[in-house]
Design a protein around this ligand. Structure first.
Ligand code: SF4
Length: 331
């Protein structure tokens, strides 16, 4: 059987709705943007769309796609397509693309079995957590209510986040005053962010591995490392603020940081970059003592935490510069 036949595809790409939308817009060409882990579904998506709209020109954006913060508007403009179809996320709360874009969450068809749910119950009881908030990125929002129902039947007070969370955005769950957070997602990325943002017990439920894990201990050791980096940055004289483009352009945060650095009599430079990595930081020269990455707060924590000089997310810089009295993530 073809591995990309409909039965084998664990996501709902909502192709029927997309086709209706494209027809209603009389679209002749589209640019598809998929997260890297879903790019291999492009041939399937493309051939299914072509079956229904044979004259449609379909392009794939080959640029890395980490979130809805960076819709590939440049490629769409260059190609002159009518519409961008961005899969894997809903619209970013801090950015609306100028180019016409539709967001398809690519809902996962995976479900959580009884065994992991019993393990979840056990962990919550061990930690004496009675009330919880359950959240997920866009792909798994559709299974939150069934998990919540099960937890309610065990006697827990359960709140369901109404919007998806992102690696830098946890407000949909943080708005609930609860004992613990449950994050339904593949891997620990979102759960670690939830713990850093809430500093409350956080348990991850992984639908891909049918795995339940209390990530509190792992997240606490990450926080320890972050506090050490913040401490190192406190004595820095020359700073580099690195901002991004589109949804990763955070002019208000940059302005706030600039004002504080000026007030403290410290030197700084502001850099705009689409791609931020160790090479860029090194290219800025040895005179820089500390870096603040306003573009994506996960770069400081996940990618550059071992860089030779402190690299901070915005909330961490607020703490280092005395603008906040305690650790804050992400801003
Ligand atoms: S800024 Fe970073 S964490 Fe936030 S949505 Fe974009 S890629 Fe994800």
């Amino acid at each position: 059987m073809n591995s990309n036949s409909l039965e084998n595809i664990p996501y709902d790409f909502e192709l029927g709705s997309i086709i209706n939308f494209l027809k209603s817009k009389n679209a002749k060409s589209i640019l598809i943007q998929l997260p890297d882990g879903l790019k291999h579904y492009f041939p399937y998506i493309s051939s299914e769309l072509k079956k229904r709209v044979p004259e449609l020109k379909i392009y794939l954006s080959g640029h890395p796609t980490y979130g809805p913060c960076t819709v590939d508007e440049e490629s769409a403009k260059e190609l002159g397509v009518d519409i961008i179809i961005h899969f894997g996320h809903l619209e970013y709360p801090f950015y609306t693309p100028k180019y016409e874009t539709i967001f398809i969450p690519a809902k996962s068809k995976l479900r959580i079995g009884q065994e992991p749910l019993l393990k979840l119950k056990e962990i919550l009881e061990e930690k004496s957590c009675k009330s919880v908030a359950i959240s997920s990125p866009a792909q798994h929002l559709n299974i939150l209510s069934s998990i919540a129902l099960e937890l309610k039947s065990y006697g827990f007070d359960v709140n369901i986040a109404k919007q998806p969370i992102l690696g830098c955005y946890y407000n949909p769950a943080l708005s609930y005053e609860v004992d613990a957070h449950i994050v339904v997602a593949g891997g620990a990325f979102h759960a670690i962010g939830m713990w850093l943002a809430s500093q409350k017990p956080t348990i991850r439920v992984d639908p891909y591995e049918s795995r339940v894990e209390d990530i509190t201990f792992t997240a606490m050791s990450i926080l320890k490392k972050r506090l050490w980096r913040i401490h190192m940055a406190m004595d820095s004289y020359k700073w580099a603020i690195i901002d991004g483009a589109k949804g990763q352009s955070r002019t208000n945060i940059v302005k706030k940081l600039e004002e504080q650095l000026l007030e403290k009599g410290l030197e700084y430079i502001v850099v705009k970059a689409n791609r931020i990595d160790a090479e860029l930081l090194r290219n800025l020269g040895t005179s820089i003592d500390a870096y603040i990455i306003t573009a994506c707060p996960r770069i400081a924590i996940d990618d550059l935490s071992d860089f030779e000089k402190p690299v901070l997310a915005p909330g961490e810089a607020y703490y280092a510069l005395g603008m906040k009295k305690r650790y804050v993530f992400p801003w």
